[in-house]
Unconditional design. Structure first.
Length: 306
């Protein structure tokens, strides 16, 4: 069953990645497909008003992060309780998944805070309904992918606990007292590469917050919330979409923290990269078309590369 869940997740990520890769191919024969996918992905400033028929307000972004924070914390707690009852040989891998989910939770909570208090969404800012549903898919599948190797075991364990509660009316902790500190303080089980990944994660996490604050400050005057300005500062000096670049850094940190051997996490990372590169390219073209004085040395998303 565990392999079945992993296989389904991997197949789903591959199915999500391939159309974007095809759309990124610079070919006139694929122009129609590129425009079709772009229409589904448009939001905010790059979404023209005639496209609003199948759209929702961009402020609905907060729905993604409410879902992500609740779903991640549910998985985190379930995995942590299961770690208490798992064998010492299995516990290290389970606690690593707990740590990855903890990182995801910090990301979701920060994005939720920013969507409410940092961003000043224009009243006319919209996003395509397709992109809205893709966001829900991502924030269900990504946290699940962080712990998919154990989630079936956790589900079975939860059922057994429920049966015990129904039968006896109480819950019995199945862990030796000598192991309790390892359960309470799981950080001592983490490998060196997990800490390196966490450092990379928070490097991107901090820069993404800085870039979001810069974007939010551009709309500080709510009376002119339909006016767009050129952002400056932090990684905006190098690329047009540094918040997307920071997102790539964040998910590369998760891959590093996992040990770089989990194909499922590599596929999550692959989806993040191709999706954000696709969006950043259109954002870059929009800036260049909108502003005659737009900095010519800025790249779309990857400094000095693209």
């Amino acid at each position: 069953m565990e392999l079945a869940l992993v296989a389904v997740l991997r197949a789903t990520w591959i199915a999500a990645i391939l159309p974007i890769i095809v759309a990124l191919i610079p070919s006139s024969k694929l122009r129609f497909f590129h425009e079709l996918l772009l229409g589904f992905a448009k939001r905010g400033k790059i979404m023209r008003s005639p496209s609003n028929k199948f759209s929702v307000p961009q402020k609905f972004f907060c729905h993604f992060y409410i879902l992500a924070s609740l779903w991640s914390i549910l998985l985190l707690v379930a995995m942590w309780v299961y770690a208490c009852h798992s064998t010492k040989e299995n516990r290290s891998g389970v606690l690593q998944s707990v740590f990855l989910l903890l990182l995801m939770e910090t990301q979701a909570l920060r994005r939720l805070y920013e969507s409410i208090y940092v961003f000043k969404y224009s009243s006319s800012a919209r996003m395509h309904i397709f992109g809205y549903f893709v966001g829900f898919f991502f924030y269900v599948a990504a946290p699940l992918s962080l712990c998919c190797n154990y989630v079936q075991e956790v589900f079975k364990f939860g059922l057994s606990l429920l049966q015990e509660l129904i039968a006896t009316g109480k819950y019995r902790m199945r862990v030796a007292e000598s192991d309790l500190w390892g359960f309470i303080n799981p950080l001592r089980h983490l490998k060196w590469y997990t800490w390196v990944g966490a450092a990379v994660f928070f490097w991107g996490w901090i820069h993404q917050h800085c870039c979001h604050v810069i974007l939010g400050m551009l709309r500080k005057n709510k009376e002119h919330n339909d006016e767009y300005l050129i952002p400056h500062g932090d990684w905006f000096e190098y690329v047009s979409s540094p918040h997307y670049l920071a997102e790539i850094v964040i998910y590369s940190g998760l891959v590093l923290a996992s040990g770089c051997l989990d194909l499922t996490l590599w596929l999550v990372f692959g989806f993040v990269v191709v999706n954000l590169v696709f969006a950043a390219a259109e954002t870059h073209r929009w800036y260049q078309h909108k502003f005659e004085n737009y900095p010519k040395k800025r790249f779309a998303i990857l400094p000095f590369v693209y």
